[in-house]
Design a protein around this ligand. Structure first.
Ligand SMILES: Cc1ncc(COP(=O)(O)O)c(C=O)c1O
Length: 539
C-alpha cells in the first residue's frame, strides 16, 4: 500500500488520463468533465497512477474477471485520496472496458479485460533468467540460429559482487581513482564546444582525428607503421574479435588458440562455429614448433607481448616461426596487444604486425587497460587487403562508435596527456605488483612459484604443495578468510591435456584495484587459507 501511494506521489507530471476520446460508452457526465478540467497537476497524477495500477493488475490476471472492486469510498479512505479522484478512475476504467459498473451495484472486473495467458513457449521467455536457461532449450528449439544456440549454451556468469571487507584480487577492472578524470573531462568539454556544423554518420573506420593520432602514437610507442585507412576504431578488443570471427571463419574451420588462454576470445570464435585447436604454452609463450600439426587452421589468436594468462613474451625466433606458418597456410594471425603499456623491466619488442611481410597479421589494441574498460575504445590495424571489408561490416552492424569519445581520445593522444597518464599509471601498477611479490615471498615463500612478473596487471601464482584438484577448496578457504581469488583452471580449454602439464593449484591474481597495504593484508589472509587447504589439513 505504502508503495502504491508513493508511486502516485511521484507521478504528478505524467499526462492526464484520456478522458474524452475513449468515452464512447458515454460513461462520464458533463459536470464531471468540468470537474476534470479543473484537476490540478497533482490530482491528475494520482488518478493516473491509480488507473495504471488497476490496469496492470487486471492485465496480468491478479484481478480476475468478475472480481469485485472496493467501493470508491473505501478505496479513497485507504489511499488517502479524495472520493472524486477514485470515482473518476473507476469511470475511466469503465469507459475503457476494464470494469463493469452499474448504478447501485459493486464494480467488477469486466470479462475479457485480462490479457490471455501467454502460450507455454512464450511464457518461458518472460520468466527469470535462470528459469529461461533451464527451460528454454526445448522452448526455443528450432527458433535460434546456430550462433544463437551457441550463445544460449555459453551461460557466462555475471561476476559476483565483492562482499564488504573482502580483498579482491580480480583481474580486469581498473581502480576508478586511477582514471585521469580532469584530463578526460577537459578533453570532452573541448570537443563538445567545437560542435560540428553537420551531425552526420562518420566513417565506419572511426573518427579521422583519432585514427591520425593513433597512427602517430603506434609508430612512437610500438614501432608500428600503417596507413590511417588500415586503422579501424572498435568498441574494445572484443568487438575486433567478434568481427574477425564473423568475417574470417566458416563453421567447422579450425582456429589455433593458446592453452591456457583468453576465454573471451575463444567464445567469440566458437560462437561462429570454429573448432579450437589447442596450442600449448611454455615459459616462452606459444610453442610454435607444434603448429606444424595444426593442419589447415584458418586463423591463430595469440598474445605475443604478454601471453594471457601465463605472462610470457614470445621471443623473436618463435615470432618468425609463427609468421612463416601463417604465410605457408594462408592463415590469419590476430595479435592481441592488450596490455603492452605495462612492461616493467624491458621495452616491448617489435610487434608481429611490424614483422609481417605477407599481410596476414591483424593487430588489436585496447584502451581498457590504461583508461577504462567502460569506455569501450579499442582499435585494429588491418592488413590492407582486409580494411574495406571490415569497414563495410562495421557500417552494417553499428555504423561506428561514439564520435565525442573518439575525438576526446584523439585530443589527449595529441597533446601528450595520455602518455603522461600512462607513465604515471605504469609506476603505480609496478609498485602494486612489487607489493604483491614481496607479500607472497614473505607470507608464502617457497610454497609458491610466481610467474609473469615482467609485465601486466596480473600474476600467476602456483601453489607448489597444493594439487590442482584442490583449487576450488583453496578459493573457498580464501573466501572464508575474506579474500577473493580466481583459479587458473577455467582458462584452460575443457577436454584438453594442457592443464595436466602442471600438477599444482594456480591462481590468476590481479592487483590493479588494490593499494600496497591492502595487498599485503590480502596475502596474509591467503596464507591462512593455504594452510587450511594443504592436503592433510581437511580442506
Ligand atoms: C587477453 C585480453 N585481451 C583483451 C582484453 C580487453 O578487452 P576489451 O578491449 O574488450 O575490454 C582483455 C581484458 O581483460 C584481455 O585479458
Amino acid at each position: 500500500m505504502a508503495g502504491a501511494a508513493g508511486s502516485a506521489r511521484e507521478a504528478t507530471t505524467v499526462p492526464p488520463l484520456r478522458l474524452v476520446e475513449n468515452s464512447q460508452f458515454g460513461a462520464i457526465p458533463p459536470d464531471q468533465l468540468t470537474a476534470m478540467a479543473m484537476h490540478n497537476e497533482r490530482r491528475t497524477g494520482l488518478s493516473r497512477a491509480l488507473y495504471e495500477e488497476f490496469r496492470a493488475r487486471i492485465a496480468d490476471g491478479t484481478y480476475a474477471a468478475g472480481a469485485v472492486l472496493p467501493s470508491t469510498r473505501a478505496l479513497a479512505a485507504e489511499r488517502g485520496l479524495s472520493r472524486a479522484t477514485v470515482t473518476l478512475v473507476y469511470e475511466q476504467m469503465a469507459a475503457d472496458g476494464l470494469i463493469d459498473s452499474r448504478a447501485g451495484a459493486a464494480s467488477r472486473v469486466a470479462a475479457g479485460a485480462a490479457a490471455p495467458a501467454p502460450p507455454r513457449r512464450a511464457r518461458a521467455a518472460t520468466t527469470a533468467a535462470a528459469t529461461v536457461t533451464a527451460t528454454a532449450a526445448g522452448g526455443l528449439a528450432g527458433r535460434l540460429s546456430r550462433i544463437g544456440q551457441h550463445m544460449q549454451a555459453l551461460q557466462l556468469a555475471d561476476p559476483r559482487p565483492t562482499q564488504p571487507g573482502e580483498i579482491d584480487f580480480v583481474y580486469g577492472p581498473l581502480a576508478g581513482r586511477d582514471f585521469p578524470t580532469s584530463t578526460w573531462m577537459k578533453a570532452l568539454r573541448a570537443v563538445e564546444r567545437q560542435r560540428m556544423p553537420r551531425l552526420e554518420y562518420e566513417d565506419p573506420r572511426g573518427n579521422l582525428e583519432l585514427r591520425r593520432a593513433l597512427q602517430k602514437h603506434l609508430s612512437q610507442s610500438r614501432g608500428l607503421t600503417c596507413a590511417v585507412e588500415q586503422i579501424l576504431i572498435v568498441n574494445g578488443s572484443q568487438q575486433a574479435l567478434d568481427l574477425c570471427a564473423r568475417l574470417l571463419i566458416n563453421p567447422g574451420d579450425s582456429v589455433v588458440v593458446e592453452n591456457p588462454g583468453y576465454r573471451m576470445a575463444h567464445h567469440a570464435f566458437e560462437a561462429y562455429g570454429a573448432r579450437l585447436w589447442s596450442a600449448p604454452v611454455d615459459a616462452q609463450g606459444l610453442v610454435t614448433q607444434r603448429l606444424a600439426a595444426a593442419g589447415d587452421a584458418k586463423l591463430a589468436y595469440v598474445t605475443p607481448t604478454h601471453q594471457f594468462p601465463l605472462g610470457a613474451f614470445l621471443p623473436m625466433a618463435r615470432r618468425r616461426q609463427l609468421l612463416d606458418w601463417a604465410a605457408r597456410h594462408h592463415a590469419w594471425i590476430i595479435e592481441d596487444d592488450y596490455d603492452s603499456e605495462y612492461r616493467y623491466t624491458v621495452r616491448p619488442e617489435a610487434t608481429l604486425q611490424s614483422l609481417d611481410a605477407h599481410g596476414c597479421v591483424i593487430h588489436v589494441g585496447t584502451f581498457s587497460k590504461t583508461l577504462s574498460p567502460q569506455l569501450r575504445l579499442g582499435y585494429m590495424v588491418l592488413p590492407p587487403a582486409l580494411a574495406e571489408t571490415f569497414a563495410a561490416a562495421r557500417r552494417v552492424s553499428d555504423r561506428h562508435g561514439a564520435t565525442g569519445m573518439q575525438r576526446a581520445l584523439a585530443r589527449i593522444l595529441e597533446d601528450g596527456s595520455y602518455d603522461r597518464h600512462v607513465r604515471r599509471i605504469r609506476r603505480l601498477q609496478q609498485a602494486r605488483q612489487h607489493a604483491l611479490v614481496q607479500a607472497l615471498e614473505r607470507h608464502l615463500g617457497p610454497q609458491v612459484t610466481v610467474q609473469g612478473a615482467a609485465s601486466g596487471l596480473h600474476l600467476v601464482v602456483w601453489f607448489n604443495d597444493v594439487p590442482a584438484a584442490m583449487e576450488p577448496a583453496l578459493v573457498d578457504a580464501a573466501r572464508a578468510c575474506g579474500v577473493r581469488v580466481y583459479p587458473i583452471s577455467p582458462l584452460y580449454l575443457p577436454g584438453t591435456d594442457e592443464r595436466q602439464a602442471n600438477p599444482a593449484a594456480g591462481l590468476v591474481m590481479g592487483y590493479a584495484l588494490l593499494e600496497s597495504d591492502t595487498i599485503a593484508a590480502g596475502i596474509q589472509r591467503l596464507a591462512e587459507a593455504v594452510a587450511r587447504t594443504r592436503p592433510g589439513q581437511g580442506g
